[in-house]
Design a protein around this ligand. Structure first.
Ligand code: ZN
Length: 506
């Protein structure tokens, strides 16, 4: 009896298909305004923070991270799944297989003429050296616009050497393949901009020789050393690979018209280098808090609302790709819109909104029809709160990518990754110009201390407003938006671009 009673209580009335309690039927615009107001008031950074604490604790008891295919991600997914089920949602795990990789060694030592250690980052899907590494002479590939991209770049003779190659002009995969074809036994690629070079060869079959990335300063120092004579190095790069299974968590309201489904997503997995609190426990916790507040609101949305917590985003958007690939074509048309939230509390952040209409004219073109309206709605909401915002290129580099590929209107926000804050942005948003939006991006220090609560709260309000509005009213998606005149401040200025997961490939 006790069990039965508890189960009955666990399914809130609001999510059942019964009519909203008490109110006489009104227009969708009024319902939207009322629910939106209620969710913006109830969802908050403080409410979501307890989930961040949970994700931090999970990482601490799971080798320091919550990467897809590991216990840290499994426990994170179980936390989300349990709370949503208790709140009355229809919750499902969606399993898929992927190639799990982990760096086992990344070490570069100069042996002669003057021994020293150099910090190097193994590239994902690299070939591995034997344990203990390999010793060889270093050989610099002459620099041009496409250093080390073509066979002719290796005319000087690279057999048995470790090729030292400047970044740029083609992919890392092409560079190491050309070096391998010329007989090199390893490839060391150095940056052509500031910062560490953590890249990927793009897919598991690409790795020909052990390959790692250096800073520009280290690369140029080695080139200078080589101009004076032979430099012998020891290189150890090792990666383990394994087929593993991981799971998305997908939850939807029991009520609401499924032919008008409103969908929002955030990736729940971290990289293996750290707990992934800003990237992306923040988006995950923001969605979760709003979903739970929607359940507590005891209202039945007119449209079905579906939330997704993706896995293996950091491995190349694999969770969202698997979801869209498995979605029958007839069901695609049911998804009225998709909104993505990835890194919403960057400590030195900027309020970026995806440039759905390409009004900034930067990078990729506009998103599918309706994307311009989603951008406009988010901007209008931020304007109403007196919050500044900045457009960011609609590059497809997070989980909305697979959605725009099949023509689903998409949008979302982020607060910046490894991009560097400009002086203008520091004037508008505070923080420090000349350093990254998130200096702990993909690093061990992306922990509870690495978030900005104001950015977190603003973006949770964006999520709450979108859920409240679109749950009842999709009319803005087909309304023409006024032509935007982007001034300098609202132009594209960073966000999740080159270097965000799945990692730079060139
Ligand atoms: Zn992310």
């Amino acid at each position: 009896m006790v069990v039965v009673a508890a189960t009955a209580l666990a399914a809130p009335l609001l999510l059942s298909p019964s009519p909203a309690h008490g109110h006489a039927s009104r227009g969708p615009a009024e319902d939207a305004a009322e629910l939106s107001r209620q969710l913006v008031d109830s969802a908050s950074a403080e409410g979501a923070y307890r989930h961040l604490e949970r994700f931090q604790a999970i990482a601490e008891s799971s080798d320091g991270h919550r990467a897809a295919g590991t216990s840290g991600h499994d426990a994170s997914a179980a936390h989300v799944h349990r709370l949503l089920r208790k709140a009355g949602y229809r919750v499902a795990y969606q399993a898929f297989d992927f190639t799990y990789t982990e760096t086992l060694a990344e070490k570069l030592s100069v042996l002669s003429p003057t021994p020293r250690e150099i910090s190097i980052r193994a590239m994902t899907y690299t070939a591995s050296t034997e344990e203990g590494g390999i010793e060889a002479a270093l050989a610099a590939v002459p620099t041009d616009g496409t250093t080390g991209c073509e066979a002719a770049d290796y005319a000087a003779g690279f057999t048995g050497t470790i090729a030292l190659i400047e970044r740029g002009g083609c992919s890392f995969a092409e560079k190491q393949a050309a070096a391998a074809a010329a007989g090199a036994v390893g490839a060391v690629i150095y940056n052509n901009v500031e910062g560490a070079l953590a890249g990927t060869l793009g897919d598991a079959a690409a790795g020909k020789i052990p390959t790692g990335g250096l800073t520009r300063a280290e690369g140029e120092k080695l080139v200078a050393d080589l101009s004076k004579g032979e430099v012998r190095v020891s290189l150890e790069i090792r990666e383990s690979r394994e087929e593993r299974t991981t799971r998305n968590v997908v939850a939807e309201t029991r009520g609401g018209n499924p032919a008008r489904t409103v969908m929002l997503g955030a990736h729940l997995d971290s990289v293996t280098d750290g707990p992934g609190i800003n990237d992306n426990a923040t988006g995950s916790a923001g969605l979760l808090d709003v979903a739970l507040k929607l359940a507590e609101s005891h209202r039945t949305p007119a449209n079905k609302v579906r939330f997704a917590w993706w896995s293996a985003e950091e491995n190349g958007l694999l969770g969202s790709e698997a979801y869209v690939a498995k979605l029958p074509e007839a069901r695609r048309a049911d998804i009225a819109l998709y909104l993505n939230f990835d890194m919403i509390a960057s400590p030195n952040g900027v309020q970026f909104v995806f440039d759905g209409d390409d009004s900034d004219g930067a990078g990729a073109g506009p998103g599918p029809e309706g994307s311009a309206q989603l951008e406009h709605d988010i901007n209008a909401f931020l304007d109403s709160k007196g919050k500044p915002h900045t457009g960011t290129d609609f590059s497809g580099r997070s989980d909305y990518g697979p959605f725009i590929e099949v023509g689903i209107p998409s949008g979302g926000t982020d607060t910046g990754a490894e991009g560097v804050k400009t002086a203008d942005q520091a004037k508008t948003y505070g923080g420090t110009a000349g350093i990254a939006y998130d200096p702990c991006y993909h690093a061990a220090c992306d922990d509870l201390g690495n978030i900005d609560m104001r950015h977190f709260d603003t973006n949770i309000d964006v999520i709450a407003h979108a859920v409240g509005t679109y749950a009842h009213d999709l009319s803005s998606l087909t309304r023409p938006v006024p032509a935007t005149s982007a001034d300098d401040e609202s132009r594209s200025g960073g966000g999740l671009r080159k270097g965000h997961a799945p990692g730079a490939t060139e």
